[in-house]
Design a protein around this ligand. Structure first.
Ligand SMILES: NC(=O)C1=CN([C@@H]2O[C@H](COP(=O)(O)OP(=O)(O)OC[C@H]3O[C@@H](n4cnc5c(N)ncnc54)[C@H](O)[C@@H]3O)[C@@H](O)[C@H]2O)C=CC1
Ligand SMILES: Nc1nc(O)c(N)c(N[C@@H]2O[C@H](COP(=O)(O)O)[C@@H](O)[C@H]2O)n1
Length: 250
């Protein structure tokens, strides 16, 4: 499906939240953008495992513009299993066409290796030369039952509860794969952890869709309680609004 054109004022609105604005900052860590679309009742899908459209076509185009601006796109395996997403980039600057090379590399956080690249939308796009193959981050390379030859598996150190530390993970992804920028799209478990990590997240870009999804929906609400933001700006579209912000470390 093709995208509607990118709204003219979005690039200037987004600029300060994108990796290019931090170019020249010598950091060991990749630039990390946390971005997702939520309803007015802070839900990112209408139920566990239910792929849900929240973004209006013009903010969907914005998401593809954001994908164009990052080296990698990260999701948790809950999202990979629920949505079977493509995670490629369909946006291209005027006069150019989108291609595999302008798509970010998908990164799937999948400690137990539950998600399978075989038969996925990502595999289909890769075969059509319309998307890159994923990096799959697991806990233990030896425990993966089905390894796909076109996917890259990498193990990361984890806590006894099986959790990766986000900063360690981002540093590893930069050193192993050279990712200078990573866009994190979700899902809820990933977002709720990262909202309290100003040491990891450089920018927050949230689309707010003009709808409610109800109490059965998958909620974004950080367990740590209050999270404060700075450098907050709002963009108003036809139906949605978009908030750009930085996480406050104080
Ligand atoms: N509206 C939006 O922008 C988006 C909506 N979604 C929705 O979110 C829902 C999925 O959310 P969740 O179920 O919360 O799944 P999730 O995508 O956050 O994945 C959770 C899984 O990721 C792994 N994981 C997360 N943090 C980890 C850590 N620190 N260490 C090791 N492993 C870790 C674990 O295996 C965990 O079970 C779906 O319904 C999907 O449609 C997902 C992305 C964006
Ligand atoms: N920006 C945005 N708006 C929505 O309404 C959404 N449901 C999502 N979901 C995210 O996009 C992924 C799907 O990507 P493809 O279109 O298949 O490339 C989905 O898995 C979520 O990460 N995002």
């Amino acid at each position: 499906m093709s995208l509607v054109p990118l709204k003219d004022d979005l690039p200037s609105f987004l600029y300060q939240y994108l990796p290019a604005a931090a170019a020249g900052n010598a950091s060991q860590k990749p630039f990390v953008t946390l971005t997702y679309a939520q309803s007015l009742d802070s839900r990112i899908s209408k139920g566990k495992g239910l792929r849900t459209t929240i973004s209006h076509p013009e903010t969907k185009t914005m998401t593809h513009y954001l994908r164009y601006k990052h080296d990698a796109i990260m999701i948790g395996c809950g999202t990979a299993l629920a949505d079977d997403p493509g995670l490629n980039c369909k946006w291209a600057p005027a006069g150019k066409t989108s291609s595999t090379s302008s798509s970010p590399r998908p990164v799937i956080i999948d400690p137990q290796g539950k998600w399978d690249f075989e038969g996925s939308k990502m595999q289909q796009l890769f075969r059509e030369d319309a998307g890159k193959p994923p990096v799959i981050v697991v806990r233990d390379l030896g425990s993966i039952l089905k390894r796909h030859p076109d996917a890259t598996y990498v193990s990361a150190p984890s806590s006894p509860a099986g959790r990766f530390d986000w900063l360690t993970l981002m540093l590893l992804l930069k050193s192993e794969f050279g990712f200078e920028s990573i866009m994190v799209e979700g899902g809820a478990l990933v977002i709720n952890q990262l909202l309290s990590r100003p040491d990891v997240v450089d920018s927050l870009i949230v689309t707010v869709g003009a709808k409610y999804l109800g109490s059965e929906g998958v909620e974004v609400s950080p367990p740590v309680g209050e999270v404060n933001l700075r450098n907050v700006q709002w963009w108003r579209g036809t139906v949605d609004t978009v908030m750009g912000a930085k996480l406050d470390s104080r």
